[in-house]
Design a protein around this ligand. Structure first.
Ligand SMILES: Nc1ncnc2c1ncn2[C@@H]1O[C@H](COP(=O)(O)OP(=O)(O)OP(=O)(O)O)[C@@H](O)[C@H]1O
Ligand SMILES: [Mg+2]
Length: 232
């Protein structure tokens, strides 16, 4: 298996205000799978995704992605893992304000071993006209697509998306998801998507539901749909 999470625990605060954001999470997924994570607000979805991306570490338990055991890495090991292998689309966009759309993508391509073509990627994400604009000159959806271009350009082994389509209308959501479907097919990229949109779970190989820091469902999707047939 490509993703392995074993008995991961993450607590915040203490005493009365103690929160178990992850309360003994076990989860595995195979290479090339699309996993969709669903669950109410505050249930621990972003916490789990941040751990898979090496941005945060659990208090106890094990996390392994591919060859890398994240839970035994120090700071520099984790940062190398993030740089080489992970594409992350955050709940907030995290664009660099002083760089244009193209430059935002270029800075990531420059430090990547095998980057995709920036102009092709921007074309696919329907951003060619916005190429030379700054983030403050873009709509929310355009900023989101630029963030996705940044995550994809390094052609990562694992792509982690937190509320990828939360700010998009259904047409743009479909375009972006079609793009992920294509990346997944062409490069066997392992993809994990957090969403509140049940319809998106139709495109998953694996569906995970989280409640109060616990995984309450981990099942394979017996009726996987192409993005064009999703009810979103
Ligand atoms: N840095 C932090 N300090 C304290 N508590 C935190 C921190 N990060 C997350 N939490 C708490 O951990 C719990 C899980 O948060 P998390 O962000 O993982 O939820 P989520 O499922 O992503 O929710 P949403 O759908 O609203 O984004 C919440 O109760 C949250 O308040
Ligand atoms: Mg979240």
């Amino acid at each position: 298996m490509f993703i392995e999470v074993k008995n991961a625990v993450k607590q915040y605060g203490s005493g009365e205000s103690l929160i178990r954001a992850m309360d003994g999470v076990d989860f595995t997924a195979e290479k090339g799978e699309i996993t969709v994570i669903l669950g109410p607000s505050g249930s621990g979805k972003s916490t789990l995704l941040n751990m898979l991306g090496g941005i945060d570490s659990p208090d106890s338990g094990l996390i392994r992605i591919g060859e890398t055991e994240l839970t035994s890495q120090g700071k520099s090991g984790l940062s190398e893992y993030r740089r080489k292998h992970v594409g992350f689309v955050f709940q907030s966009y995290n664009l660099i304000p002083d760089l244009t759309v193209r430059e935002n993508v270029e800075v990531v391509a420059d430090i990547s071993k095998d980057p995709l073509s920036i102009d092709e990627l921007l074309e696919t994400l329907n951003l060619t006209k916005q190429k030379h604009k700054f983030p403050r000159e873009l709509s929310g959806g355009q900023q989101q697509r630029c963030a996705i271009a940044r995550a994809l350009v390094k052609n990562p082994q694992i792509l982690l998306c937190d509320e990828l389509t939360g700010a998009l209308d259904s047409k743009s959501s479909r375009d972006v998801l079609t793009m992920l479907e294509k990346i997944n097919r062409e490069y066997k990229t392992t993809i994990v998507i957090i969403t509140h949109n049940e319809g998106i779970s139709g495109m998953a190989d694996r569906i995970i539901r989280i409640h109060d820091g616990k995984i309450v469902e981990n099942s394979m999707n017996s009726r996987k749909l192409p993005v064009s047939e999703l009810q979103i």
